[in-house]
Design a binder for this molecule. Sequence first.
Ligand SMILES: Nc1ncnc2c1ncn2[C@@H]1O[C@H](COP(=O)(O)OP(=O)(O)OP(=O)(O)O)[C@@H](O)[C@H]1O
Ligand SMILES: [Mg+2]
Length: 403
Amino acid sequence: MNNQLNRVIEALPAIAWMATAEGGIDFFNQRWYDYTGLELEHDQRRGLEAAVHTEDLSRLVQSRQTTAPSELVHELEIRLKRFDGVYRWFLLTLCTLPATTDLAWIRCGICTDIDDRKRAEAALAECRQHHLSYIARTDFERTQSEDTLNKMRSELAHMTRVASLDTLTASIAHEVNQPLSGIITNASTCLRMLVADPPNINGALETARRTIRDGNRAANVISRLRTLFSKNVVNVEAVDLNESTREVLALTCSELQRNDITTHLDLADNLPRVPSDRVQLQQVILNLLLNACEAMIDIDDRPRLLLIRTGHDTHHVRLEVRDAGCGVEPGDLEKIFDAFYTTKQVGMGMGLSISRSIIESYNGQLSATRNDGHGATFWFALPRQSSCEPTPASPPHLTMTFQ
Ligand SMILES: Nc1ncnc2c1ncn2[C@@H]1O[C@H](COP(=O)(O)OP(=O)(O)OP(=O)(O)O)[C@@H](O)[C@H]1O
Ligand SMILES: [Mg+2]
């Protein structure tokens, strides 16, 4: 029986040992000596400590102290020094056999080589760490490049807005001059009424009120200009496209009038808002209006008609600008959206390209189609704000004509 037992213990694919009640080692199987290269007589008394890595010693000692006789199995990972000085990881499984009437309790155990597993785990952890830092880095780089892209887009958009200012100077001057001359006329009338004998107080009050109204009109034009031409930062909010269209028209109506353009407005009721930057959308509308205006400048054989229409379906809000101008050749319908593509002598060729990039940044679409008759229709569709209330009803299908 003892021989059989010995054969089994020697055949175990692990280092096996048995400790004395005092803590010394009673027995090691041959694998211990083969692995450590230690001598039987010389090192047996020192037990496992003879080969345990100094960094793992305290854990081994501590485990012996905390492993009470009642705790039957206890596991610990330690490094054992091989005969050639190399340390390998082992799983130390301690087993405590309770005392019987004849025998004191004994502790025995096995040490299984887990070095390959530990290396694989470490490699995996390193791989995972690389992967995580790669994800974090690419995430960071993506955010950085998105930021740069947004900044570039907003700077370019600002440039093209400032370029439009040049075109609009005359009509803006007109917009401001009108209320200013009203103010001067009313203020002089007011003075006359006050110095009259008897003074016309009611008349003076009324003209003073008109002066204030004109002052507000001029201030409004200036404040619209300031928002449209000075702003360079993006601010996403729930935008009412009808309102934005009206504001852009307030700045361009003199330009449209000056060029004999008849403008019809067909703004849908209860138009859902779109999550976007109000000034950016106004810039898109402005670009489309100026293009439409420029496309009709040389048209003399038919009315110069401009239609601005808004509408929506279950998912999108749409705005279209339809003109009766020179139109776009079928082969150019996409080319016109390229940056720097222009057929105009003083054009930059940036208006449509910037506009498309703005609309696409809000997951929308900007396109052009040829009209059945003359001219072209430029339209964009933007995802509607889901959780937002529709805008209050505007006058039903308001149609305004400027001429
Ligand atoms: N409504 C339109 N009808 C016909 N052609 C148009 C219309 N809108 C744009 N185009 C064509 O597309 C080209 C590009 O338009 P885009 O607005 O990008 O640049 P641009 O008007 O030439 O210059 P800018 O950068 O100053 O706006 C125009 O030069 C014109 O040939
Ligand atoms: Mg343009």
